[in-house]
Design a protein around this ligand. Sequence first.
Ligand SMILES: [Cu+2]
Length: 578
Amino acid sequence: MFALAACTALSGTLLAAEEAPRDPCARPPPGSAIPEPEDLRSRHGVLKLDLTVHNVRESDGSVRYCYVLGDGAQSPTLRVKPGDLLILRLKNALSSLEPGAAPLSRGHGDTAHPQDPCSSGRMSLTATNLHFHGMTIPPVCHQDEVLKTSVQPGDPPFEYRFRVPANEPPGLYWYHPHIHGFSKAQVLGGASGALIVEGIERANAQTAGLPERVLIIRDQDLLNPDAPPSKSEPVVPKMFIDRDGDSANNGTGFGKPAKDLSVNFVPVPYPDYPPATLGMKPGERQLWRVLNASAITYLNLAVLFNRAAQQLGIVAIDGVPLNENGNPANAVEWRDHIGIPPGARVEFIVTGPPAGVPALLVTRTVDTGQGGENDPNRALVSLVADTAAPEPASRLSSAPEPLPRPALPWLGDVAPVRVRKLYFSEKLSDPNNPNSATDFYITVDGQTPTPFDPNSEVPDIVVQQGTVEDWIIENRSTELHAFHIHQIHFLLLDWSGMPVDEPFLRDTVNVPYFNGRMLQYPSVRLRMDFRDPNTVGTFVYHCHLLEHEDGGMMGRIRVAPAAHASERAASEQTAPER
Ligand SMILES: [Cu+2]
């Protein structure tokens, strides 16, 4: 009897263990070794996967979001080649997390009846969709459309299916949800992952044969919001809190950050910033592909050996390899620190520390302006030289076939058909109440500032496919913003009136803040490339600080078919929209 009872008790325990709800969004503890995201590679020209998005309220009250594969792995790295077909079936397993709570929603939609995910435009904390950031793919449903596409909990898996353009530059792209009004909550919770277009070693032979690492830096609400700053830091002025409840920029480089950071989900929390750890063979060269998947945090990365900043060899920014007037030129730009706006990527060559030398990946403070959040100096990763360190899972080909020359002329050599001016601005929703919410705008000069209206069908800007334009983006607010546009890349031509000569393209760029005393608003001048036929359609540009985007700092652009194609396009448009 005793044996039977013990056996029953044991099977009961096993059953309980099996039934205990596993946290699909579980994260490593602070100080952990940095895990590598699982690599999913295309085979015979196709990458097919099923991804489920979950959310979980943790015991500390914070809410995590995560993309999970059938085997439980989170945020896989999708590895595709130019010309490949990507088929991603997205299952929405989000819940309101508040029993009985009515879902927050705005936009089109009838909550009582299921609707076409391609056209409902329903925006709520439990609706989701995907944006493939940086990819020049069509802004249409099932590919890269974010204005109307909305997948609800309970919907069958929603299929994304697109072909990676044959001319997509090899480098680091990413995927994340883009539900207007709710992007910040989902991305801050961790909904993001890397998408790599393979072949960077074909654009830059200096990377051939290097082991490669994907490092995704995300932000999250502070784990220890009430802790005093570390005693190792200088004493700083009293911390102010902005209207979003984040620590405001104190201009010192120290003090409480607005958000904690994590590296591949290993948190590095305030106030002591215990670094995540990364083993490297002593002196080994690696290619690091770094994504700033933060919702609101700017990065300024440096690698320190014994506190001395090391040279980092930049080979690509925002997925586009460095080049010479559009031609791959094996170019490497060596710098001792690298700024990365939220949404942007940098791929660079790093040399591991010699044995016994203490080494750190840090982010240096970013001055976000009087109106911005506090982004202080902090450690991220301790680099540990170890002859027994495991090799990264992926290594670039050591005998690459060079990329062909691009078919189109270098963007810097193409004359713009017009110049437009847009500006970022902010206003209190009640000018008489300093504690009222902030309205955020991006406005075409001459139009009236209005927050982005998800129900509007009217584009703020219409351009023609096949053309190139110069856009001046001005910042009339007292905080830094990060301008991003879907579908295309641009060339930064000047920075507050100073010409720059960059050998790469971007899809996200910082726009410096107004300090209240300047004679002119700060600005950037960008050469916008609408030549690719895949850009035809309606899509968005916005600030990539997601609380600004959610708050209205977004505009709508329509790329009309090229003039010579207008007849054909007109006949195509008589077909019903998908
Ligand atoms: Cu902004």
